[in-house]
Design a protein around this ligand. Sequence first.
Ligand SMILES: C[S@@+](CC[C@H](N)C(=O)[O-])C[C@H]1O[C@@H](n2cnc3c(N)ncnc32)[C@H](O)[C@@H]1O
Length: 222
Amino acid sequence: MSPTVATELEDRKAFILANTRLQRTPHAPEIALWLADEITPIWRMTEEELAKIGLPPPFWAFAWAGGQALARYLLDHPEVVRGKRVLDFATGSGLVAIAAMKAGAAGAMGADIDPFCEAAVTLNGAANGVALSFTAHDLLDLSPPQVDVITAGDIAYEQPLAGRVRTWLAAARARGTEVLIGDPRRTYFSTEGLEPLAEYRVETTRELEDLEIKRTGVWRLL
Ligand SMILES: C[S@@+](CC[C@H](N)C(=O)[O-])C[C@H]1O[C@@H](n2cnc3c(N)ncnc32)[C@H](O)[C@@H]1O
């Protein structure tokens, strides 16, 4: 299938199936995701070319270092989410929400403002035998939802997003929600108010990152 504008959920799913490959996540190989790689067409497309076919930058087609670290942490510490309601903010591919379900969460919702993520989350959930829910609402405009745990992977790559997310996560924490953040110490990441939980060496995509292995941490908001 050649890349064309995909507006409806089914079109978007077909686009993802035609333009990505089901691959093991490097740092959480228990989870397979539909991801771009060097042999898939969208890999080499510039932002201008993507815009021309109506595709926002496909963050969902990559497993970002922060999300991979969080997924690893949840799979290795299932007690953190077992039986709990989890919201994975800025879910992208849905990787962390899938890890939460595999770790025994009662339910997991992915939130992302890119509408393509709904298709990615649905396909990736199915590929791993878990059902996820999804919202494309910008939750940062609302008070944080009533869930037990909020996860946020790789959300410090640009401003004002990084600042808005931390304020919103702090509001969630203030009313008792556990908040876990995974980040390879991107430009707008701050450890202030965070308790370190784990540190990993995460394999990433050379084309997206300056290094092939990124030191990536998982933190808990105090
Ligand atoms: C670097 S990706 C990380 C994806 C995933 N968490 C991971 O680690 O693989 C950042 C994601 O944040 C999403 N995003 C940006 N602003 C957002 C907002 N206001 N609400 C929800 N998601 C947002 C983008 O669409 C993108 O999917």
